[in-house]
Design a protein around this ligand. Structure first.
Ligand SMILES: *[C@@H]1O[C@H](CO)[C@@H](O)[C@H](O)[C@H]1NC(C)=O
Ligand SMILES: *[C@@H]1O[C@H](CO)[C@@H](O)[C@H](O)[C@H]1NC(C)=O
Ligand SMILES: *[C@@H]1O[C@H](CO)[C@@H](O)[C@H](O)[C@H]1NC(C)=O
Length: 220
């Protein structure tokens, strides 16, 4: 009897805890609800003429990077080298950016490329090591099978408020919003304007993707 009562009390406590956790969970999920740039964004420039991907070199030369990101000669305006404060040199890859229907619930702005799975690949390894953290949901949750070709969706951005273009940037460790802004002669406020899911300007999560408008008076 006593045991039953005890487990009954515990049951109630667990039930309440579960309810609380569920609420916490949904609020965290909505706060962290990153989305690619919507096709119908008010600020969208229909011509989408200047979209860039921020690629970390990882020891690759420009033609290798262009090939990996499907930025062929005809679609690549420029691959600009960028020097980070650390001294590393990364590149901006110019890519065409278009509204794409990914599945029943998502259409957004992407540039596509393809990747042939190698032995030992994991989604995280490929995303970081090959696609500089810019591949959205690499492999779509399916097991990676060596030799298979996977379509890779790279979120890109367009904005009439960014005449020099929009860069897709995967936040790196130690980055802050002002630091990222200075990399592209942008401002924290301009970045916030293009990234509605960024609710806390004092914390940009490493690994998350930001759309950064290139500043007008830059000398990149
Ligand atoms: C880039 O690297 C590849 C592989 O190492 C090499 O074959 C190619 O010639 C290089 N291209 C340039 C432009 O350096
Ligand atoms: C649509 O694709 C997105 C991104 O890959 C994914 O998060 C979402 O779960 C997909 N929705 C459906 C219904 O498959
Ligand atoms: C490469 O990019 C073009 C857009 O410029 C796109 O039409 C094509 O499907 C892409 N190729 C792959 C293999 O995804």
């Amino acid at each position: 009897m006593a045991n039953q009562c005890c487990s009954c009390k515990h049951g109630l406590i667990f039930f309440l805890l579960a309810l609380l956790l569920q609420r916490l969970d949904t609020s965290v999920a909505s706060a962290a609800g990153w989305q690619p740039m919507q096709c119908d964004a008010v600020s969208m420039n229909p011509s989408c003429s200047s979209s860039f991907l921020y690629a970390t070199s990882e020891g690759r030369n420009l033609s290798e990077i262009a090939a990996v990101f499907n930025a062929t000669a005809s679609t690549t305006a420029l691959l600009w080298p960028i020097k980070r404060p650390s001294g590393e040199v990364d590149v901006l890859v110019a890519v065409p950016c278009a509204c794409e229907v990914i599945n029943a619930t998502m259409s957004a702005l992407f540039h596509d490329t393809r990747y042939v799975v190698k032995p030992g690949d994991t989604p995280d390894k490929v995303n970081r090591g090959i696609f500089s953290g810019l591949a959205m949901n690499f492999g779509d949750g399916y097991p990676l099978i060596s030799g298979n070709t996977v379509t890779v969706h790279l979120p890109c951005g367009c904005s009439s408020a960014a005449s020099k273009g929009v860069v897709s940037y995967a936040v790196q460790e130690e980055d802050t919003l002002p630091k990222i802004a200075s990399l592209f002669r942008s401002t924290s406020q301009d970045i916030l304007n293009l990234n509605p899911s960024l609710t806390n300007p004092d914390f940009v999560k490493p690994g998350s993707i930001l759309f950064v408008p290139i500043g007008v008076d830059d000398s990149l």
